[in-house]
Design a protein around this ligand. Structure first.
Ligand SMILES: NC(=O)c1ccc[n+]([C@@H]2O[C@H](COP(=O)([O-])OP(=O)(O)OC[C@H]3O[C@@H](n4cnc5c(N)ncnc54)[C@H](OP(=O)(O)O)[C@@H]3O)[C@@H](O)[C@H]2O)c1
Length: 289
């Protein structure tokens, strides 16, 4: 058995990790109400008492726009919390798996970002996550796994898919940004990839994992409507208009094109499905549930 301490257990990724726990894993899954990663002593005490082989940090401040006005909180969770996890992992000899984001990049590059490319976050959320990555590397170097992902959705939690499904049921038309490109990623597939890393101790350092393919938010919205209708979740189709980012102002600037290069992780673990295949599966499963 491998002992795994999971922090941020009630988030999208945390929930999917809990619900796909492999049989060889003894899991201690803690949500924010059980353990606040801002509290270094609490994190260390929990790690020392449970003595995990792996510590997975899926806890984060993920409200990208709110981070602009709550920078102190974003840094306390995304930078200091990551540091506390790294210190606790070091003390108890656990391997840290820390989840990070495509938002560490500015999205100005036309080709996919390699894990070693320099970071250049545009907003507080990305900057606080980049600071968290630095903290982890300062303490653990390449012994830790920092897994960057992007555009995460799940049947559980708040995300673009659930927002679109709600709006498509309520409104007669939608306008969605078409000039931001990335890769939608089903949290269930990401959770499976994370569990697979336990069989690959050599898979460490900064790595990228998303589903395959690319999309704009507009493409994603169109696919959500089509697949949700096919799955029987939406009665009617509404017109979806593609708009520019400039027509949809938000507090935080977002990367225009943040596609992550996954060749190393796909070779080490196994390739992810195309994002649309994963989306279809998620919508079919959530219709049946
Ligand atoms: N969502 C995305 O599109 C996306 C994209 C790229 C990377 N990521 C990264 O993937 C990881 C998981 O994200 P997710 O989508 O699962 O996010 P999520 O659904 O927002 O989950 C994050 C969880 O962390 C918890 N949390 C917040 N502050 C905490 C604290 N101080 N102590 C302990 N727990 C705390 C949250 O609890 P509360 O809800 O109670 O605050 C929430 O349950 C994060 O590292 C995120 O940066 C996400």
């Amino acid at each position: 058995m491998k002992r795994v301490l999971l922090l941020g257990a009630q988030g999208q990724v945390g929930w999917e990790l809990q619900h796909s726990r492999p049989p060889f894993v003894e899991l201690r899954a803690l949500g924010r109400q059980d353990l606040d990663i801002r509290d270094a002593a609490q994190v260390r005490h929990m790690a020392e008492s449970f003595q995990p082989d792996y510590l997975i940090n899926a806890a984060a401040f993920t409200a990208v726009d709110r981070a602009e006005s709550e920078a102190e909180m974003a840094y306390a969770i995304n930078r200091d919390g990551a540091a506390h996890c790294a210190q606790a992992a070091e003390v108890c000899g656990a391997r840290l798996i820390h989840i990070s984001t495509d938002f560490v990049f500015d999205g100005s590059q036309a080709t996919p970002y390699q894990p070693a490319d320099p970071v250049a976050p545009l907003g507080v959320y990305g900057a606080s996550k980049a600071a968290g990555e630095r903290q982890v590397r300062e303490t653990l170097g390449d012994a830790a796994l920092i897994l960057r992902t992007a555009w995460v959705y799940s049947a559980h939690g708040n995300n673009f898919v659930k927002t679109m499904l709600r709006l498509m049921g309520e409104r007669d038309a939608l306008r969605v940004v078409g000039d931001q490109i990335g890769t939608p990623t089903w949290a269930a597939g990401l959770a499976h990839a994370i569990w697979t890393t336990l069989d690959h101790p050599e898979f460490t350092g900064i790595q990228h994992w998303t589903d395959a393919g690319v999309a704009s938010w507009y493409d994603f919205a169109v696919a959500i409507q089509e697949e949700a209708r096919a799955a029987g979740q939406l009665r009617r189709a509404i017109p979806i208009e593609m708009i520019a980012t400039s027509a949809y102002p938000t507090a935080a600037r977002r990367p225009a094109c943040a596609v992550l290069d996954k060749s190393a992780s796909y070779a080490a673990l196994s390739a992810a499905p195309h994002w649309r295949v994963a989306l279809r599966q998620m919508l079919i499963e959530s219709t049946e549930a």
